[in-house]
Design a protein around this ligand. Structure first.
Ligand code: COA
Length: 383
C-alpha cells in the first residue's frame, strides 16, 4: 500500500470511497465539493492510500486558523477521513491518521482540529474533546424588531471574500473568542457563491442564513458582529422572516451576545456537535495562543507524547502579560504530568479539576493552570 497526496486531477478517484463511507452525493454537490477543496488539493493536502490502483482510504488537511483568546493560531482541519468498508478494522484508519499527524507538523500547524464520527481512533493519537458547535432554536418573532436603529448592510458575494474574512477576524480578535475557525479567501469565494445562502456585510458584522426544514424555518450559519447596533440589525433581518419562518436555527457560541437580546428566553434547545483538538507542536501552540491580561503563572510540566516525541520531556510553562511560553527545563520533582490528550484539553480551557478527575492530568500543583487557559470554546463551522 502507498500513501501520498493526490494530484489535482485525481480527486474523482476518491468519489467511490466517499460514497461508501458517507453516502451518495449528487453531481452538483460533488462539483461544489471539488471547488471548495481545490485549494487543499493543489497544496498537496488531500491524501489517499492506494492498494494497486484502488483508493482504499483518504483524508484531507485544510489550511485554517483557529482563534484562541482572540489570537489566530495556524491549524490543520482534518476532514473526510474514510477507509473502504472491506478494509476496515485492520489498522488502516490509524495508519492514515498517524500519517496525517506527521503532515500537520510538516505543514507547520501547531494545532489540529476535527469533528469525530468515532472517538477512539483519534484519542489513540492524541486528539481530545475540546469544544462544540452549538445550534440553538430561537423563535423568529423574538428577533423581529430588535434593531434599535438602521445600520447600513449590503448583500455579500464572491468579490467580498477578503472583506468577509477580515470582518470575521476583527470580530473574533476583539471578543477574545476561543474556538472559531478562519477559512482562506479561496474557501470564502466558494461559500459566498452559493445562491441558497443569503449573505450580508456590515462595517463590523457579517450574516449568512438560508432556508431550512422544507422552507418552514431559517438557519443562521454565521452571524457575528462587533457592536450591539450591528448585532441587533443583523438578527432583525433574520427575524423579519417570522411570518413565513416561525423558527430560527442558529449556530452560535454558548456565550453569544445574541442569546441575551430576545426579551423572552426560558428554555434553550441546544444541539451540540463535539470537536476534538490536537496540540501538534507544544511550544509553538503555547506561544501562538492568547491569554487573559493580568494572569501570570509559572508551572513545571512533564509531557509524554509518544506520537510527537518533540513535545515530550520537562518544560516550564509561563504565562504573563497575555503571552505564553513553553521552554525546556531541568526535571522538576513536582511537575504536572500530561499526555497529548490532557495538553489538548488544558489548551481548550477544560478546568484542571476536570482534567485530574478524568485522568488526563496528574501530579504537581496544577490549580494555577485553570485561569490562563479558561475558555468556553465553540465553532461556527462544520467541515
Ligand atoms: C472510522 C474509520 C475511518 C476507521 O477506520 P479503520 O481502518 O476501521 O480503523 P482502525 O482499524 O485503524 O481502528 C482504529 C481504532 O478505531 C476504532 N474504531 C474503528 N471503527 C470504529 C467505529 N465504527 N466505532 C468505534 N470505534 C471504531 C477501532 O476499534 C480501533 O480502536 P482500538 O485500537 O482501540 O480497537 C472507518 O470505519 C470509516 O471509514 N468509517 C466511515 C467514515 C467515518 O466514520 N469516517 C470518520 C469521520 S470523522
Amino acid at each position: 500500500m502507498e500513501i501520498r497526496p493526490l494530484e489535482p486531477g485525481e480527486l474523482d478517484a476518491t468519489r467511490d470511497l466517499r460514497t461508501r463511507a458517507f453516502g451518495p452525493c449528487s453531481q452538483e454537490e460533488w462539483e461544489r465539493a471539488l471547488r471548495f477543496n481545490r485549494a487543499a488539493v493543489e497544496a498537496g493536502r488531500q491524501f489517499a492510500v492506494f492498494d494497486g490502483g484502488r483508493v482504499v482510504a483518504s483524508g484531507r488537511l485544510h489550511d485554517m486558523t483557529q482563534w484562541w483568546h482572540g489570537r489566530a493560531v495556524p491549524m490543520a482541519g482534518v476532514s473526510a477521513v474514510a477507509v473502504a468498508p472491506e478494509e476496515r478494522g485492520r489498522g488502516l484508519g490509524r495508519m492514515l491518521m498517524a500519517h496525517l499527524l506527521e503532515r500537520c507538523a510538516a505543514f507547520g500547524h501547531p494545532l489540529s482540529m476535527l469533528y469525530p464520527a468515532t472517538t477512539r481512533l483519534y484519542r489513540s493519537l492524541g486528539w481530545e474533546h475540546a469544544g462544540a458547535q452549538h445550534e440553538i432554536d430561537i423563535p423568529a418573532e423574538a428577533l423581529r424588531g430588535i434593531a434599535a436603529e438602521r445600520v447600513p448592510v449590503r448583500r455579500a458575494g464572491t468579490a467580498d471574500a477578503a472583506e468577509v474574512a477580515a470582518v470575521i477576524r476583527r470580530v473574533h480578535e476583539g471578543a477574545g473568542d476561543c474556538g472559531p475557525i478562519g477559512w482562506a479567501d479561496a474557501n470564502w469565494r466558494v461559500l459566498l457563491a452559493d445562491e441558497n445562502d443569503f449573505s450580508y456585510l456590515a462595517d463590523d458584522g457579517f450574516l449568512t442564513f438560508r432556508w431550512a426544514d422544507g422552507n418552514a424555518a431559517l438557519e443562521v450559519a454565521r452571524l457575528v458582529a462587533a457592536s450591539e447596533r450591528t448585532l441587533r440589525a443583523l438578527w432583525a433581518i433574520v427575524g423579519s422572516g417570522s411570518s413565513t419562518a416561525p423558527t430560527v436555527h442558529a449556530c452560535v457560541g454558548p456565550m453569544d451576545a445574541a442569546l441575551w437580546l430576545p426579551a423572552e428566553r426560558e428554555v434553550d434547545h441546544v444541539r451540540r456537535v463535539q470537536w476534538m483538538l490536537r496540540v501538534v507542536d507544544a511550544p509553538a501552540a503555547i506561544e501562538a495562543r492568547g491569554y487573559p491580561a493580568g494572569v501570570g503563572v509559572e508551572v513545571p510540566l512533564l509531557i509524554d507524547d509518544p506520537q510527537r516525541p518533540s513535545n515530550s520531556g520537562h518544560w516550564l510553562l509561563s504565562v504573563a502579560d497575555g503571552r505564553g511560553r513553553l521552554e525546556r527545563s531541568a526535571p522538576h520533582p513536582d511537575a504536572v504530568r500530561l499526555g497529548p490528550r490532557g495538553l489538548a484539553a488544558l489548551y481548550a480551557g477544560v478546568p484542571v479539576a476536570t482534567l485530574r478527575r478524568s485522568g488526563l492530568l496528574q501530579g504537581g500543583d496544577a490549580g494555577a493552570l485553570t485561569a490562563p487557559f479558561a475558555a468556553t470554546p465553540f465553532s461556527l463551522d462544520h467541515f
